[in-house]
Design a protein around this ligand. Structure first.
Ligand code: KG4
Ligand code: ZN
Length: 337
């Protein structure tokens, strides 16, 4: 019997299901939640309710798209954390309920480990040990990946995550939530050297973005006081300049870690790794310093169950199963075993 895993991701505001057969992702279906745009950020209680509405149709569609029967499934995986506790409960409860009558093993997955494991979905895959900069809406982490399920956290943000910085600065630019992808879109028409935003100094492999955000806020307030149309008139240049600044902070630290630790394979993962400027900067850094660089396919950058499924597949091979008594964990380190 082949290993066929149904994986569920529900840690934040995307409800996603995936089927993985013998380590290959055969379907990956995600429903996003439009309800949060009106609040300028994720509204946790609405996220849980939307997960409850989406989970059955998403799983149904996912099984159909994989062209399998429910009976073919040999294990059920779910995101145990980190994430919003109510959202996690929905996916975890669904996984338990699906596994129990079918007597299937359950596999718990750490969401931040899964973002990194997205690199094992498609070729080319990085060689161990490699460095992965995981940049999402909730986390910014520099991780040394020693083996499939062996991670060492080298550094992280001391305040806002990179995606959070993108979204909060987009809000200052009067763009709707989530603003990261919109900054990316406008930046493509702008001049990245038009505005010089500061480069924060942080120790070791840590990051800090809240000072940069405040700097942008004060700059915009000052300019808008002189010219109320300042943002509209300079939107593309503002987006290009801030995107370049955030990305250069990220890539310069990644390269510094690679140099100091003598690592030749470097990767990015998480929602912000979908950013076209970040992907380009990583590629250029790789060419300049002879690093092999890796980025997941777009559909596996932002939250998705494909990455949960591939992480679960490697746990299945090691027989790392969990019990029906399991509870979600809102805060759970990437290097937890
Ligand atoms: O990994 P993810 O989907 O969810 C979390 O685990 O947090 O990341 C979401 C974050 C959001 O902050 C979103 O604005 C950002 O990723 N993001 C982007 C882009 N696409 C998504 N930021 C910049 N450019 C993009 N193209
Ligand atoms: Zn994520």
């Amino acid at each position: 019997m082949s290993i066929c895993i149904l994986a569920i991701e529900s840690s934040c505001d995307d409800t996603s299901a995936s089927i993985c057969v013998e380590g290959k992702i055969v379907s990956n279906i995600t429903a996003s939640q439009a309800v949060h745009a009106a609040y300028g950020g994720v509204f946790p209680e609405y996220a849980s309710r939307a997960h409850m509405q989406h989970i059955l149709p998403v799983v149904d569609q996912c099984i159909k798209a994989a062209n399998i029967q429910k009976e073919d499934i040999t294990a059920v995986a779910f995101t145990r954390g980190p994430g919003l506790i109510g959202s996690l409960h929905v996916g975890l409860s669904f996984a338990k309920a699906f596994a129990l009558p079918h007597r299937l093993p359950l596999i718990e997955v750490n969401h931040m480990q899964a973002h990194i494991m997205a690199h094992f979905i498609d070729e080319p895959i990085p060689n161990f040990p490699f460095l992965c900069l995981t940049v999402s809406g909730g986390h910014t982490q520099m991780v040394l990946v020693k083996d499939y399920l062996s991670f060492e956290l080298l550094g992280e943000t001391k305040d806002d995550a990179a995606g959070e910085a993108y979204d909060k600065i987009a809000k200052i630019f009067e763009l709707p939530y989530p603003g990261g992808p919109l900054i990316d879109k406008h930046a493509q028409q702008g001049n990245a050297e038009a505005f010089q935003f500061p480069f924060p100094a942080t120790e070791g492999y840590n990051f800090s973005f809240s000072g940069l955000k405040t700097n942008v806020l004060y700059f915009i307030q000052k300019e808008v006081a002189k010219n109320p149309s300042f943002i509209q008139e300079h939107l593309t240049d503002l987006c290009a300049s801030i995107q370049f600044r955030i990305n250069s902070i990220l890539i310069s630290k990644l390269c510094r870690a690679a140099k100091e630790l003598h690592i030749k394979d470097i990767a990015i993962a998480g929602g912000v790794s979908a950013n076209s400027g970040l992907r380009q900067l990583l590629k250029e850094a790789g060419e300049k310093h002879q690093y092999k660089t890796y980025v997941p396919a777009f559909q596996y950058c932002t939250d998705n169950a494909g990455m949960i499924a591939i992480a679960a597949y490697h746990k299945y091979l090691k027989k790392e199963f969990t019990s029906q008594e399991i509870e979600p964990i809102a805060r759970w380190s990437v290097d937890a075993i």
